[in-house]
Design a protein around this ligand. Structure first.
Ligand code: FAD
Length: 693
């Protein structure tokens, strides 16, 4: 960065942790001019987050790297619960599956955050053609929003001043100087002083080169002590508890029988411990530190937390079993507390995501997952608005959708943290103790559904057509969210529409079942076809296409799609392929071998390209495969096999609208509510599918 340089960028991302990298991945996949900066000199190398939930893996798959995580990670299959018997000695009380069976095509896995960050960096490099790279040792110093320009689509209303740091300034200080074992305390909530302010002071003293960046949009993903949040004057609200926990990644030498299972151990009087088996034979221990207590101000003294203190607590809790270690990979400590951000955006121009807007205990393995999912929700919206594909109003849905998730996360964490840290009940009359049946029900049966990320159901907005008062969101975004609703839908109207696809609830992610490609018979999990490339999708459940009456209905639907005034035509930029903004995918239910792609489906459903010919990757069939069984997709999606239906899917795989083939007007209104549509003329140059027969 040259001294006093000045530049423009569409999107500036501050912070290159999981949330920032997810936002950058969207920019890369959508072809948006973006920069991402981080004050640290390197990505995470070991430790920190490790649990990846089902939804995160589905997201990774949409970006193209779930296979890397799936292969490298340890797979979590079973949870064992250890509790004290009447004699006070711990014993295995119960076992449950780690992931609810049938919830997703993925199950929970564990792999350290550094590998996840590596996969993102490789993916961003590939999709951006190396034009988006994390700029490290760069610190933002000031942020200003020119409010007079926030509604001007072409303006760069956010000005951020950046400063280069020296290498040593960007290197975190370790708790025990000279130790070869990395600790994560510098990122822990036990750090009391504000290290960003400290860095700014140091960097000013050294006067590194600076740059002024004018951005259309800024995304602050700079963690729990977010500088961006503070620059906007926003706060995290919530409370700390008295519970202090330590974490260690070790190779355990032990006679404890379930060391390769995820375990929760509640000892009679010495606190609790959680075991997370990890990749490459490592094991993570989360250990309650009963000996370390917060002072009168409510803060614990981090200097009292050392690997020896943590490990000796682990030994006591696991006794009479023995545990030792020769090698520790990483350790840290934290104080349990739950906080959420008061605001998730300023003027629809600066957004906050990840730990910057919610912090909680790491035990439910949620922070990295929810942080990435925030940015997965936000990234495509910012990218498509910056590109002029989507209307600016859709940006309101970020806060209305994700703030509620953050609040639910905090409530969940509050509940399970207490169940984890409390002493087990001695008997049914012991009201202060934790009832182990309740623990199992709340943590593993109900909790696992929430933790998987698959229970999220977004409320009504311009992107989700369902009934409900936007005020119900209770988050201050009601006004903007209700403005964004394209047309109110009554409960009755909605129930009729939703009944057409009962397995695809509007507002939830598009579930996945296997279907076959009509042209080559290859089985696909349908979600694999919903790639994160910034495109909306219309999924046409064409039903029994070989029935003459049904074929007429499909033809009429396609004729409406193909008409000059249709959203599809009007959203497609001149000179681009007809599927460049909205892709139409078809699943039919007739017998594959009786059906012919070119004979039985309108050209619209497999558009022609003058170089590549017909598109053979858009029409699928719900039929039996040779090697991978029968997905029974129509039954699982709750769609009638004769009649079919139409589903609009957002770029992040959430169902936005469901309707009948005759309800083209409803579909058109959905897209009018979120896309920028040109006047009613047909785009030129190959945008229209050419007919060759
Ligand atoms: P961060 O990962 O904190 O990233 C913020 C980035 O911004 C950092 O790279 C930082 O250097 C940079 N930055 C900060 N300030 C500035 C600034 N002023 N300028 C420029 N850059 C800045 N989550 C899970 O999902 N599963 C788990 O199993 C799990 N286990 C955990 C275990 C432990 C012990 C801990 C401590 C956390 C765990 N978490 C887990 C939580 C998870 O690590 C965080 O929630 C996640 O990293 C948040 O991602 P983020 O991108 O929002 O923030």
């Amino acid at each position: 960065i040259a001294e006093t340089a000045e530049s423009n960028v569409d999107v500036l991302i501050i912070g290159a942790g999981p949330a920032g990298l997810m936002a950058a991945a969207w920019m890369a996949h959508c072809g948006v001019k973006a920069r991402i900066i981080d004050k640290r000199n390197t990505k995470i190398m070991c430790g920190q987050a490790d649990g990846l939930q089902c939804r995160s893996l589905e997201i990774f798959d949409s970006l193209g790297f779930a296979d890397r995580a799936w292969k490298e990670a340890h797979h979590m299959i079973e949870i064992c619960m250890w509790n004290p018997g009447t004699d006070g000695v711990i014993r295995r009380g119960d076992r449950v599956p780690d992931t609810i069976v049938g919830l997703s095509r993925f199950q929970q896995i564990v792999l350290h955050q550094g590998r996840i960050e590596r996969f993102f960096l490789d993916n961003i490099k590939k999709y951006s053609g190396d034009s988006i790279q994390v700029e490290r040792c760069v610190l933002p110093e000031s942020l200003e929003i020119d409010e007079s320009k926030v509604d001007d689509e072409a303006a760069y209303p956010v000005t951020v001043k950046l400063r280069m740091l020296k290498e040593e300034e960007a290197t975190p200080q370790q708790q025990i100087s000279g130790s070869t074992v990395t600790d994560g305390l510098f990122r822990s909530n036990l750090i009391q002083e504000d290290d960003e302010d400290d860095l700014i002071r140091k960097s000013k003293a050294r006067a590194g080169a600076s740059e002024i960046v004018h951005a259309k949009y800024v995304i602050g993903c700079d963690g729990a002590r977010s500088w961006t949040r503070r620059a906007l004057g926003f706060e995290l609200k919530g409370e700390a508890t008295d519970f202090i926990w330590g974490v260690m990644d070790i190779f355990p030498i032990t006679d404890f029988p379930d060391i390769r299972m995820r375990c929760v151990v509640h000892s009679a009087n010495s606190g609790s411990l959680m075991i997370i088996p990890r990749e490459n034979g490592l094991v993570r221990l989360y250990i309650q530190l009963k000996e370390v207590t917060p002072d009168a101000s409510g803060r614990a003294d981090k200097s009292k937390i050392t690997p020896d203190v943590i490990f000796s607590a682990a030994k006591t809790i696991l006794s009479p079993y023995k545990i030792d270690h020769e090698y520790c990979d990483w350790w840290t400590g934290y104080q349990i507390g739950q906080r959420t951000g008061t605001h998730f955006d300023a003027h629809g121009r600066v957004f906050l995501a990840g730990d910057a807007v919610h912090t909680h205990s790491p035990k439910a393995g949620q922070g990295m997952n929810v942080s990435m999912q925030d940015a997965y929700n936000l990234g495509w919206k910012v990218a498509l608005v910056a590109k002029g594909v989507c209307r600016r109003e859709i940006l309101n849905t970020y806060q209305s959708e994700r703030r509620r998730v953050a609040q639910e996360l905090i409530e969940f964490d509050h509940k399970i943290s207490r169940l984890f840290s409390g002493r087990p009940a001695k008997d049914v009359t012991d009201a202060e103790g934790v009832n182990m049946e309740e623990f199992k029900k709340d943590m593993f049966l109900k909790g696992n559904l929430f933790a998987s990320g698959l229970s999220i159901n977004y409320g009504p907005s311009s992107l989700v057509v369902k009934p409900g008062d936007a005020a119900e969101l209770g988050d201050g975004s009601a006004k903007s969210a209700s403005l964004a609703v394209p047309s109110p839908i009554t409960v009755d109207e909605f129930s009729k529409k939703q009944a057409l696809a009962t397995g695809l609830p509007v507002g939830m992610r598009f579930n996945s079942f296997k279907v076959l490609n009509q042209s080559d018979a290859r089985p696909w999990h349908f979600q694999e076809r919903l790639k994160a490339d910034g495109r909306f999708r219309v999924v046409l459940f064409a039903g029994a296409i070989l029935s003459v009456a049904q074929k007429h209905r499909v033809d009429a639907f396609c004729a409406a799609l193909d008409a000059p005034g249709s959203f599809l035509r009007r959203a497609t930029p001149p000179g681009q392929q007809v599927d460049s903004v909205v892709e139409v995918l078809t699943i039919h239910s007739s017998k594959r071998t009786d059906t012919e792609l070119l004979r039985d489906f309108p050209d619209m459903l497999h558009p022609f390209d003058k170089y590549k010919g017909w598109d053979y990757d858009k029409v699928f069939v719900d039929d039996v495969s040779y090697h991978e069984g029968f997905g029974d997709a129509y039954t699982n999606y709750g769609v009638d096999k004769e009649h079919g239906c139409v589903v609009a899917v957002r770029p992040d795989q959430y169902v936005g609208w469901v309707g009948d083939l005759e309800d083209f007007e409803g579909l058109q209104r959905y897209f009018e509510g979120c896309l920028v549509l040109r006047d009613g003329t047909v785009p030129e140059n190959g945008a229209k599918a050419e007919m060759v027969h």
